[in-house]
Design a protein around this ligand. Structure first.
Ligand SMILES: [Zn+2]
Length: 235
């Protein structure tokens, strides 16, 4: 019989391998460039924690706000990017909207996020969200990718890593974005949206609230970003 500890360790092995790989890649290739860029062309990791402020996004069965989970994961991803010396932009750093007018407008908020992303140098965009469903059963991650060049490749890498490490039984696949998704349908840079888990599923929700689980999600996103950069020969 496998003990709980052994089961956890077994799950952590691929994650640790991914972390070591990311660290090694960042050091080997980052070291050849200026201190805070990856690769000869220099890309910028744009991290977008979905929602914020008056817009909580989905609300979990215990009242947990999606916007808070998105921000917690985004801050950890930002910390890793800083640790590795990678150029990055975090679109919001606290519980606020990105609406630049006094009256909140979702359209203006999304427009502003799009503008900030486009203003970055060679942006690679990762949007962080949580899923929600009317019934409690669905669980696991879902990656949605934009139409721009590289988005599908980045989305596939991200989705495969998330499922392999966190949801090995999940058969979901990465999907192209529909026009309904304002930012993804407008960006031409590599862009993905990661639905980390379902706030409507009790097990997912309990995991998503744990700092260690949030770190695991951030590490997978970082590892996937670096794998993508390596595959596109940017590093
Ligand atoms: Zn959302």
């Amino acid at each position: 019989m496998v003990s709980n500890k052994e089961a956890v360790l077994r799950k952590l092995v691929p994650l640790l391998a991914l972390l070591v790989l990311s660290l090694a890649l960042a050091h080997v290739y980052g070291g050849k460039q200026s201190a805070s860029t990856v690769g000869g062309t220099g890309s910028t990791l744009v991290i977008d924690p979905g929602h914020g402020g008056i817009d909580s996004g989905a609300v979990g069965i215990d009242g947990t706000r999606e916007s808070d989970l998105n921000l917690a994961i985004a801050l950890k991803l930002r910390a890793m990017a800083e640790l590795y010396g990678l150029e990055n932009t975090l679109l919001r750093q606290d519980d606020s909207t990105l609406c630049d007018s006094e009256d909140y407008s979702e359209h203006r908020d999304l427009e502003h996020r799009t503008e900030l992303t486009c203003a970055a140098l060679n942006p690679v965009y990762i949007s962080i969200h949580q899923n929600d469903y009317p019934t409690a059963q669905p669980n696991g991650s879902q990656v949605i990718y934009a139409a721009g060049e590289g988005s599908q490749r980045l989305g596939s890498i991200m989705h495969e890593n998330l499922l392999n490490i966190l949801y090995p039984k999940c058969r979901r696949v990465a999907e192209p974005a529909t026009k309904r998704l304002y930012i993804l349908s407008r960006l031409t840079c590599p862009a993905v949206l990661v639905e980390c888990g379902f706030v409507s599923n009790m097990i997912d929700l309990e995991n998503l609230k744990k700092p260690a689980y949030q770190t695991a999600l951030a590490a997978i996103m970082m590892g996937s970003y670096l794998q993508y950069e390596q595959n596109t020969k940017r590093i």
